[in-house]
Each structure stands twice: as structure tokens, then as C-alpha cells.
Design a protein around this ligand. Structure first.
Ligand SMILES: [Ca+2]
Length: 604
């Protein structure tokens, strides 16, 4: 923690001017845009946001990316990948230490600044980018056609378009024999490939052939650390969402029914006690005015009660980084115990959705749509969009969900733990089978260059955006696409490849309510940086999977028993803790600490 704080302080001076410019651009874009999300997008977001509770890295990854794989899916992917590529590890041992080959004939004068032609003759690179819920880039899309024009290199996506599950698509690709030049994926899915030897180390290639990637990694040392394997070599390059290195960005926010607060004459709650009193008032004072005690003051479609544990001073993940710079396990602490004790009372009193563990992903749509839901903690973009959702407005015309900052917890601390790293959760690396690493490295470098960045952030100049005083602004035509800009942007080839991102392009997808919540959190100082994505050795991964498989359900089952009132906490706590220990909670924590210490050492 201390290390990360120091890093941020060191970075803040250097990044300040850049940050100011980005903020200004963000503000202008925010003011210029008032886009309404289409139903299609809301649907996509609803289905894309999964929750998980048992493993901090998994939760952070899902929260960061709206990944379509569940925690169990990611674990399964790891297992499948390990099973299908036994040969990869052997092969890698022979290539791992090789220096990059010297530049060969046929290369053009790519410099990444003013000349972007990579090969003299047209050539191709093969890319694995799975066709998940949002589709994948293909060479015929305008953004990728334009990149081929500029670089003379055409991308060929080798992923099987008929496999929608990312992890399954990857294991199919790995089993096929020859690997493509570039493997793209969520870091969670890429990480095991490092220890299996599927990637070649990139450090020397970047140093010699990729000036833009080199600059990027020097500006974002956490991106360097995140792609670095246990052996200290860099294996994949992720991107950022914009913002400065080490900065936490908003992901989820607290939302509450402002129209209900108005009806009851209540302010936005700012303390634990005020929030609790407000929830009880929602339950008891009929804010939906139907004469029935049918209100459900707190709901959560994803993470059960984990989301509100921080109000009690506990963490929303079992695995968390303490102020002492060590990883701890939350579900074994006294703070957690006391939180469960009070939440059992809340549950009995009808404050928490009685079906919080069973209602499923449509809970938000259902309970705000039938005018019984009062507050939740959820993704900023899709939750703000409830206010402009025609289906919900047809039933609850006055609905007004507003984002508000977390109330001060029982200890007086205001903190938001659902955040994203400025880093993206996906990345790309060059496979061990790549025949032309120099070309492929330069191809990746292109996407970190100015024209590559503009293409991936805003599309085609003159069609999708124009430069106004040197700053990109979306055209009205692009903004007002009937299918919504986010959906349109994918049809032209804007996808989450590893690149230097921009918050401006994300803000374009938000309606007023979402944007206000986003900016409220962005400009607050309550955002707690998520635990960085750590790399584990193959043995560590095996042990983590083995322990988590038993520990996760054990923790969840006990938590639900207590909150549902099926078991007395004082009578059962000691035995529960013994159970955690015999399953291996201490070994798990120790593995996390080892990986975290390696990360700290890498980031310096
Ligand atoms: Ca009522």
C-alpha cells in the first residue's frame, strides 16, 4: 500500500498537466453529450455484469470489465487451458530466453510517430480475439481497414465466431496446435498461459521496436507490473481507461430513490445511522403510496450482502489489502462477524430484499420497475439508465434514481471499494509460435500511437469524429445512431484491445443521471484502488483453485445461515473459524501475500 501511494505521489507531478487536459476534454464532452442508452445496450450491460464474492482478483476483474465469464467460468478456463496445452510449456522453455531477431528485409520505415508503414508489401498478422457477448473485431470493419491502410498490415482474427464463451474459445484455440501471432484476452484467462509458456517475453522487442509501447509502460508502471510474470519478464500488454497511473476510477455507485426521499422529506443520507434510518423509513412509511408495506429498501442483483459490508467497516471481498501492506481474509474477522450480526436484524425487519440471494440478475429491473425497490449499489452507467428506460417509465413515471457517495461507515470512514484500476482487465501478448515478432511488435505499437489511439477511441475521422481545435469530438451522426453509440462503435471495429484508453469515449455512453454519478465519484476522494491483478505460479494457481473451490461455498453458506436467522452467530462462530482454517484459509492468504510481494517488487 505504501509503495502504491508513493508511486502515485511520484506520478502525480508528471501526470498533472496531462490529467488537467484530459479532465478538460472530459468536461467538454460531458457537456456536449446527452445520449440515451438504447434498450439493447441496457440489456447487454445487464447480462454482462456478473458479481462474485470469493476471490478478490476475480471480483476486481469482473467489476472492471463487465466480463462475461463468471468466477467459476474463469476457474474452469484455467483448468481447461492447463489440460489442453501440455506441450506448450515444454516448447516455451526453449524460446523464453531468446533475444529478438534482427530486423529483416522487407520492413518499411515504421517509426511510430510520423511513419506507420510496417512492411513494404501488404502482409497479415493473426489475432485471437474471442467472439464473446459483444462480438469481436474482424478485418472488414472500418477501423481495422483503416489500420491496414496505414500500416500495410491486415489483421486476421482466428477465433471461432461460433463460440461465445471466451474461456472455451481460448481452450479450443490452444488445443488446435499452432498459436496465432497475438493472443488477446482477459488477464485472468491470459495469466495461466504465462506459466504454460504460450507467450514470448517482450522486454527486448519493446525496447528496440516499439517506441509508443515503451513510452506507455514508462508512464504506467502498473501496466508493466501487471503483465510481468513470476520470472520478471513482461509477457502481455494491457491498456488503460485513461486517468493517471495507480488511480482508481468509478465503477459502481450507491443509488437511491430521490423521489422517495422527497416524499418522506428526507435528505441524501451521509452517515451509517442516517442511511439505516432512511432504509427503515422506506420500509415503514409507504413511499410508493399504495397503502401496502411492500417496499424493499435495499436490493442487490449481483453480490448478496457483500456490497453493504463496508458500511460496517468490513471489506466486500474475502481477500483484501490491509493498511499494513498485507493481504488478509475478511470472512474470518471480528468486524465481519459483527456486520453479519446486525444484517440478520435488517433481514428480519425487511430492510434487505428477502430474495437477495435468489432473485438473480433481473432484480434491479424488476424491483425498480414495480416501484418497490429503494436503493442499491450497482454499475453507474446501467443504473443511471433506469431513469430513461421506457419499460420502467411506463410503470413508474416519476422514478428518479440518483447516485450518492457512500455514507460514512460505523467508524466514520467514507470509502468506495467497488472501483476499477486505471488499467484495463484485458491485454495482448505475442505467442511463442509467432514467426515475425518484430512485425507483430510494431503492429501492437501502432495501436499505442496517435492515429492508432484515435482510431480505437473514436473511429474514422470525418465520419465518426472530427478534430475541433485538435481535440476529437464525435459527429452528430455517430452520437445519434438509433442502435446507440456503444453498439454502433463495435460495428465499426472499436473493441477493447490493449491500448491507451480515454475516459472521454466512455462518457459518451452515459445519460445525465449516470454521468452525474460518475463525476461525483471521480471527483471525490473516497475511491479505494482495487487490488492489482497479480500473477501466480502454476503451483499457486492449483492451490488457490483447490482451496477456493471448498472455501467459497463454505463462507457463503455460513453467511446466509446467519443472515437468514437459521443459526446463532455466538454459538457457531468458533466452529466456523476452525472450519475455515482446516480448509486452508491461511495457506490461501499466504499465497496471495507472496504474489503481492512479487508485484510490489516489480513496481519498485
Ligand atoms: Ca407501499
Amino acid at each position: 500500500m505504501i509503495q502504491r501511494k508513493r508511486l502515485r505521489m511520484e506520478q502525480s507531478g508528471k501526470q498533472h498537466g496531462k490529467q488537467q487536459r484530459k479532465r478538460r476534454r472530459l468536461g467538454r464532452l460531458a457537456a456536449a453529450l446527452g445520449l440515451i442508452l438504447s434498450m439493447a445496450l441496457i440489456g447487454a450491460m445487464l447480462s454482462a455484469c456478473n458479481g462474485s464474492t470469493n476471490d478478490a482478483a476475480t471480483t476486481a476483474t469482473t467489476a472492471t470489465t463487465a466480463a462475461t465469464t463468471t468466477a467459476a467460468g474463469a476457474d474452469a478456463a484455467t483448468t481447461q487451458a492447463a489440460e489442453t496445452t501440455p506441450a506448450a510449456a515444454e516448447a516455451a522453455a526453449t524460446t523464453a530466453a531468446n533475444a529478438p531477431p534482427p530486423q529483416e528485409e522487407g520492413f518499411a520505415e515504421y517509426d511510430g510517430v510520423s511513419n506507420f508503414v510496417i512492411t513494404e508489401e501488404p502482409s497479415t498478422v493473426t489475432l485471437f480475439y474471442p467472439f464473446g457477448a459483444n462480438g469481436a473485431p474482424t478485418p472488414d470493419m472500418p477501423v481495422w481497414q483503416k489500420s491496414a491502410e496505414l500500416t500495410n498490415v491486415t489483421m486476421e482474427n482466428v477465433a471461432n465466431p461460433s463460440i461465445a464463451d471466451d474461456a472455451q474459445s481460448m481452450s479450443t484455440m490452444l488445443a488446435s496446435g499452432t498459436l496465432p501471432d497475438i493472443i488477446w484476452g482477459y488477464k485472468e484467462n491470459l495469466r495461466p498461459l504465462i506459466s504454460q509458456g504460450a507467450f514470448m517475453p517482450l522486454n527486448d522487442l519493446i525496447d528496440q521496436y516499439a517506441p509508443n509501447v515503451k513510452r506507455f509502460l514508462s508512464e504506467y508502471p502498473d501496466a508493466l507490473a501487471s503483465g510481468t510474470g513470476p520470472d520478471g519478464q513482461l509477457y502481455y500488454i494491457g491498456g488503460t481507461l485513461g486517468g493517471e497511473a495507480g488511480q482508481a476510477l468509478p465503477s459502481m455507485a450507491y443509488f437511491i430513490r430521490q423521489d422517495w426521499l422527497d416524499k418522506l422529506g428526507l435528505p441524501i443520507p451521509t452517515t451509517f445511522q442516517q442511511f439505516k434510518d432512511t432504509l427503515y423509513a422506506f420500509r415503514n412509511d409507504d413511499p410508493n403510496s399504495n397503502g401496502e408495506k411492500d417496499e424493499i429498501p435495499y436490493l442487490n442483483r449481483q453480490s448478496g450482502i457483500w456490497g453493504i459490508l463496508p458500511l460496517f467497516g468490513a471489506h466486500n471481498n474475502t481477500t483484501y489489502l490491509g493498511d499494513d501492506g498485507q493481504i488478509h481474509h475478511e470472512a474470518i474477522t471480528e468486524t465481519y462477524k459483527e456486520a453479519l450480526r446486525e444484517l440478520a436484524v435488517w433481514y428480519k425487519d425487511g430492510i434487505i430484499d428477502p430474495e437477495i440471494w435468489t432473485r438473480g440478475g433481473q432484480a434491479r429491473q424488476e424491483l425498480f420497475g414495480n416501484d418497490t425497490g429503494g436503493s442499491t449499489i450497482d454499475w453507474v452507467t446501467s443504473t443511471g439508465a433506469i431513469n430513461t428506460n421506457p419499460d420502467i417509465l411506463a410503470q413508474v413515471p416519476d422514478i428518479n434514481l440518483v447516485g450518492f457517495l457512500p455514507p460514512a461507515d460505523v467508524n466514520g470512514r467514507v470509502w468506495m471499494y467497488y472501483t476499477r484500476e486505471a488499467l484495463h482487465a484485458y491485454a495482448w501478448g505475442i505467442s511463442k509460435d509467432c514467426a515475425d515478432p518484430v512485425k507483430v511488435m510494431r503492429y501492437m505499437d501502432f495501436w499505442f500511437s496517435e492515429p492508432g489511439h484515435l482510431l480505437q477511441a473514436f473511429g474514422i475521422e470525418g465520419v465518426d469524429y472530427t478534430l475541433v481545435n485538435g481535440e476529437p469530438e464525435l459527429t452528430d451522426e455517430a452520437k445519434n445512431k438509433p442502435e446507440s453509440y456503444p453498439v454502433y462503435s463495435r460495428t465499426i471495429g472499436i473493441f477493447e484491445i490493449g491500448k491507451e484508453g480515454s475516459m472521454e469515449s466512455e462518457i459518451t455512453t452515459m445519460n445525465d443521471s449516470s454521468r452525474e454519478a460518475f463525476e461525483l465519484y471521480l471527483n471525490s476522494d473516497c475511491l479505494v484502488p482495487p487490488l492489482p491483478a497479480l500473477t501466480f505460479t502454476e503451483d499457486e494457481d492449483e492451490a488457490r483453485n483447490r482451496i477456493n473451490e471448498e472455501l467459497g461455498p463454505y463462507v457463503d453458506e455460513y453467511q446466509q445461515k446467519i443472515v437468514l436467522g437459521a443459526e446463532d452467530i455466538d454459538a457457531s462462530w468458533d466452529q466456523y473459524v476452525s472450519g475455515l482454517e482446516s480448509i486452508g484459509v491461511n495457506e490461501l492468504t499466504s499465497i496471495w501475500n507472496d504474489a503481492y510481494q512479487r508485484y510490489v517488487a516489480t513496481i519498485g
